[in-house]
Write a protein that binds this ligand. Structure first.
Ligand code: PAF
Length: 296
């Protein structure tokens, strides 16, 4: 039987902490023993994508800490903060099964006490692509990620390639601010039919779920066109959009081909370079993102 916190059952195998003051001394003694510490920051509702991060972290580090915090500052007022899926007891079972040693589940007031007034922004990279549609999103992400890194002081922190722009922004923040942590990006996990795993997939109705497979198909199409020798990004983007819109009702926020590090739109594709092809598409009120990196 798991430990019960409020009405939530927590796996007995896991140390679960919600206060920074409890976490800090434990981590200090782990580090004092010369052990490496991995941080896997999440917003919970863990799926195979998260578990692949935890497994990789366990392969590479001695102790794995998974944080679960649905960070309000990265949601705009009209977004899905209130209905964002939550399942702490399921998460604790899954995280423990994948090799997590410690869960950190802070409250909102633990992370943002009264009077909290600091933010971290990565200018430029945060205002393109997702940033055009979610202007305050990345400031929320970078602020909470830097806080989590400062709280846990991990050797390595793991993020998913599915949030490609988030990975680029976090790497830039860590580099610009000399944060002493290694950032590892883990490949996107996909369902059998190609749909990228995401906590938001549960919002899709059965028809939208079927239609959403077109996102990975459109990325495969782009890759094939590049392999065939097409060098005009606009031509590839137009074909991808046509495919997405021909499948069913969908609203495209963006489909772009950009430099993989600087996120600048490409005018032409140059042999040998790596490009990122990110997209965001809405099926009803559910907004999904996906991407692929292609070496031309
Ligand atoms: O990718 C996520 O789940 C979140 O953006 C993160 C990194 C946990 C920050 O809240």
């Amino acid at each position: 039987m798991g430990r019960v916190e409020g009405s939530i059952k927590i796996s007995p195998l896991l140390i679960t902490l919600s206060h920074i003051s409890d976490l800090r001394p434990r981590i200090s003694s782990i580090r004092a023993e010369g052990k490496s510490v991995a941080l896997v920051p999440t917003m919970g509702f863990l799926h195979e994508g998260h578990l692949s991060l935890i497994r990789k972290a366990k392969d590479e580090c001695d102790i794995v800490i998974v944080s679960i915090f649905v960070n309000p500052t990265q949601f705009a007022p009209h977004e899905d903060l209130e209905k964002y899926p939550r399942d702490i007891s399921g998460d604790s079972e899954r995280a423990s099964g994948a090799g997590c040693d410690m869960l950190f589940i802070p409250s909102i007031t633990e992370m943002y006490p009264d009077g909290f007034s600091s933010t971290v922004s990565v200018n430029g990279l945060s205002s393109v692509l997702e940033g055009e549609f979610r202007p305050t999103h990345f400031q929320g992400v970078t602020t909470v990620v830097l806080k989590l890194i400062n709280i846990v002081q991990p050797t390595v922190a793991y993020f998913g390639q599915k949030d490609a722009q988030q990975s680029v922004v976090i790497k830039k923040m860590v580099n610009d601010l000399n944060v002493p942590v290694t950032i590892v990006i883990v490949p996107t996990m996909r369902e059998q039919d190609g749909l990228a795993m995401s906590s938001r997939n549960v919002y899709l109705d059965p028809v939208q779920r079927k239609d959403a497979v077109v996102l990975s198909r459109s990325l495969d199409l782009a890759k094939s066109r590049i392999v065939e020798g097409v060098r005009d990004p606009q031509k590839i983007i137009a074909e991808m959009k046509e495919l997405i819109l021909s499948t069913g009702p969908a609203t495209i926020d963006y489909v772009e081909i950009v430099d993989a590090d600087l996120l600048k739109k490409k005018d032409t594709l140059i042999r040998g370079e790596s490009v990122l092809i990110p997209l965001a598409v809405r099926f009803g009120s559910t907004r999904l993102i996906d991407n692929i990196i292609v070496t031309v």
